[in-house]
Design a protein around this ligand. Sequence first.
Ligand code: EPU
Length: 444
Amino acid sequence: MLSLTEKKGEPSLDKFVIHGGKPLFGEVTVSGAKNAAVAIIPAALLVDGVCRVENIPMVRDVVIEMEILRELGIGVRVVNHSTIEIDSRGLNKYSAVSDLNRKMRASYYLIGAFLGRFHRAEVAMPGGCNFGGVRPIDQHMKGFEALGAAIETRNGIVFADASKGGLHGASVYLDVVSVGATMNIMLAACLADGQTVIENAAKEPHIVDLANFLNSMGADIMGAGTDVIKIRGVERLYGGTYSIIPDQIEAGTFMAAVAATGGSVLVRNIIPKHMDCITAKMEEMGAVIEEEDDSIRVTRSGPLRKLQVKTLPYPGFPTDMQPQLAAVLCLAEGTSVITEGVWESRFRYSDELRRMGAKIQVDGKVAVIEGVEGLTGAPVRASDLRAGAALVIAGLAAEGTTEIEEIGYIERGYEDLVEKLRKLGADISRVSEEPAADPIPRAN
Ligand code: EPU
């Protein structure tokens, strides 16, 4: 479990220490999808009743978001390790400007949720993982404006106001396929007057999950999972129970770990269809994949083969699996090429992998990886969530000891990662360190 400081997103000196070189065997159960949970929790603000949400991953971003809701005076009850109840009936604020908001990306969903409920919102601009490039939210704003809100940004706070004319349905064409904008506009449109149509919408499984959650509470959303989503505004949403889908990226991360270390693992609690874009690449690399109804077995005993891959919006290969795949390809025979097709840049982990003996050259959106015989353990630092996951995979496959700093990033999105990997036979532990009296900074 996360400590109080860690829950609040403060930096910590804790590390993962991995003694690598061991194949993984056994079974692992995937948690609920983080990127669905961080949208569904603020979506509960739109509901006039109690929402019981099951299969919640208790990762740091979720814990911070629950804390943000509590700061607003909303009742958030943890029923058990993966179930919460959110009661926002008494909510009478449309302002969330505390420091907690800046600690996570998904706090931007509060703008859509407040707008939907109160026709007004004041929300501190989001923080979250920084891949080294910009992370604009102009498409979210374009959608809110189309629905009738006036938008202004001052002192790091977004002010959205539709209190005069109210929110009305509108047609919104997204200039880029954006997960966040699609979900945020959906939130604002649920209780708006009339029909909203989002064109060129994102199609990720968590978009469908948010729509299913809202529909199960009384919304009228059609087309989620296609690139045209139609939302007919309703009078109100009612409380109910909903279970979040499994995390496609967590499942993919375990699959990549087995591909890197060798071994055979049954990954449970997955939706095989969501995994297609990842399993195709695992098979191309030489892993053997066996699908069952809600699990996938991944086995790797032979050599790894090189790949060409470009990340794309769903159903393309997910950008959130790109660093983990890169870690595996460091060990493949031949030269692989990865093109990042979603973010401006997402290769900050390559410097760290090079410390471990990887041969990676990055030029803009393209990384060229020349496979090596083996990696060697080293002290490394996570620069974001998936970069951290890539370092864990590299550390598990490497000979010797890898120490990973800045694990707070990893704990944003992976629940019980150390415990789950240890059950598969990995030698990984989470070590807490007191600050040194006179710390010597490590050169970057
Ligand atoms: N974009 C714009 N304008 C916008 C919004 C996005 O130009 O208003 C651009 C972005 O710069 C990027 C592309 O559109 O180039 C896609 O961005 P998107 O909006 O889809 O990303 P996001 O919603 O901010 C979510 C996930 C990310 C994941 C991306 C892409 C959450 C909280 N985050 O971010 O997840 O990489 O979709 O699938 O859902 C992660 O989990 O590690 C993570 C970073």
